[in-house]
Design a protein around this ligand. Sequence first.
Ligand code: NAD
Length: 352
Amino acid sequence: MKRFLVTGGAGFIGSAVVRHLVGDLGHQVCVLDKLTYAGNLENLEPIARSARFHFARLDICDVAAVRALFAEFQPEVVMHLAAESHVDRSIDGPAAFIQTNVVGTFHLLDVAHDYWQSLPPDGRAGFRFHHVSTDEVFGSLHDEGLFSETSPYQPNSPYSASKAASDHLVRAWNHTYGLPAVASNCSNNYGPYHFPEKLIPLIILNGLEGKPLPIYGQGDNIRDWLYVEDHARALVLVAEQGRVGETYNIGGSSERTNLQVVEAVCDLVDEMAPDAAIGPRRELIRFVADRPGHDKRYAIDAGKIKRELGFTPRESFETGLRKTVRWYLDNEAWWRRLRTSVYRGERLGHVA
Ligand code: NAD
């Protein structure tokens, strides 16, 4: 059993990581999370009563408090997922993205480095800092090719630029100060507990309620999709077994156009929750003005993590999507609270 400090552990992916670490693997976990609009303690409900689970409501920019938490919890592994994560929000208000994703990552690295230096030699040798990032840092692909770990950084949105900056900081803290860091860049995630502003939950929930299903542009932008519980398993492998100083790309080898994704969700919702008053959900699809600077295609070469760490996804896009629609049908109380209070669905924004 190890002690993991997980920043952003109340968010979509962070909570899947924590449920896996505590629930499946029996590790001790302390979640450090500010609980922004995207953080939700209900995401941790399945493991919340475990004696191995701890929670601290903190901003990663609050250096003194984060330092005190490191001293108290004495983590052996830090997994850094706290971030502002929604591209549309970064276009409307980039400042929070620079503050949390760039300045916050700097503060966390600084605290982690001081803490690591204070450890005895065997503690220093075993310590790992894992930075969790996105494939969006590589920019946009055209019809051919895949992002590899050596693809040049070409971020296009304020979100991806802030994540690219944080990736570079992590690299520098490893290279210059010797902090034992690893990093990973992953494609689009989907699955249970996904905040309803993102494409797949938005389409499921609007489809259930008979509301319009917005798609940017012509719906021909292509993303690679990975089921969030597969990502969580991959992240723990990287954190525990990844080589220090390396980065690992993580993907699902499941490229789909946004229109294909939306149509697949429509068909599943029709099958699992038919509603004669609403009719076929595909008829609710509406093409809306494209997102400014919308990247055309992301796709991942996930060969390195497969070769070095033996990771392959368990879910295909079809099986993962079916599980996801089932989860939203079975967990109405979870999403209805978010839909009626925090997020009212006025914005049409979607896609991480
Ligand atoms: P999310 O928005 O669901 O969760 C982010 C969490 O971070 C929330 O719990 C929020 O409260 C917390 N947080 C935000 N600012 C904070 C701060 N200043 N201090 C402490 N906590 C703070 O995001 P997610 O989709 O779970 O993404 C997690 C990480 O994975 C992010 O770093 C993101 O860039 C990366 N990522 C996401 C995807 C995706 O498809 N969602 C894909 C690849 C990588």
